[in-house]
Design a protein around this ligand. Structure first.
Ligand code: SAM
Length: 225
């Protein structure tokens, strides 16, 4: 059974898509997408030998070799132009890593019109990347599974503008403000307050002073929302 987290990621893949799942580990997501007849074909990309072998094994075990190509490749280099990939999924990594994977080989996204990204932390880095590269958010989701909180960001081509609050918290998520969202930002705020207190009792260097102001600004944003 697919985890709730990956099931929610899968729910944003449109029927008939050709998907590249980057950082695919066991290829659970592409296997699910093909089995459920959501994706017609898929590529599973992995940069690490162990997870690459697990992905190959899983695809063979499920007899999906005709539909899923597993490639040993760094990031978007797993995508070849003849794949005609229209949807890219990247899940289970930090936001900055996901953004850097997208940035590194951005030309591989030529045929792609939908990105479904699931950062474990720092989703803000993805929103910043999207703003700079003309992708716009069309949906966001926040969920909790096994005591961990995850965000899902769905992007399509287009321009958007985001306020500082929307950049940090997510334009859809901050309107929704569900229980998981509140819990996440209450936890983050508590951590920031702890840092501010530690800074207060320490000697203030210029760098630390700047960090302090940055945290205070974020606290104000979250409090207002
Ligand atoms: N996507 C799966 C999920 O959400 O359950 C696996 C997540 S796992 C924590 C992250 C995987 O991404 C690892 O298997 C790692 O080897 C792979 N990875 C990290 N950086 C990568 C890169 N630049 N290109 C391809 N795979 C990468």
């Amino acid at each position: 059974r697919l985890s709730e987290r990956l099931t929610r990621v899968a729910s944003y893949v449109e029927k008939g898509s050709i998907v590249a799942d980057i950082g695919s580990d066991h290829a659970y997501l592409p296997c699910y997408l093909v089995h459920q007849q959501i994706a017609d074909k898929a590529v599973a990309g992995e940069v690490a030998k162990g997870p690459y072998e697990s992905a190959r094994k899983q695809v063979r075990a499920e007899q999906l070799q005709d539909y899923i190509t597993v490639r040993f490749a760094n990031g978007l280099q797993a995508i070849e132009s003849e794949d005609h990939v229209d949807t890219v999924t990247i899940a289970g990594m930090g936001g900055p890593l996901i953004a850097s994977i997208l940035d590194q080989d951005i030309d591989r996204l030529k045929t792609v019109n939908r990105l479904i990204l699931q950062p474990n932390i720092h989703a803000k880095a993805i929103r910043e990347w999207a703003l700079l590269n003309d992708w716009k958010l069309v949906a966001e989701e926040i969920l909790q599974e096994d005591d961990k909180i995850y965000e899902i960001l769905v992007l399509e081509r287009g321009k958007m503008t985001l306020s500082p609050a929307e950049l940090l918290l997510g334009p859809f998520l901050m309107v929704d403000r569900n229980d998981v969202f509140r819990k996440k930002w209450q936890k983050e705020s508590a951590e920031w307050k702890r840092i501010l207190e530690a800074i207060r009792v320490a000697e203030l260097s210029k760098e630390v002073q700047m960090k302090k102001e940055e945290i205070e600004e974020k606290l104000t944003i979250v409090k207002e929302v």
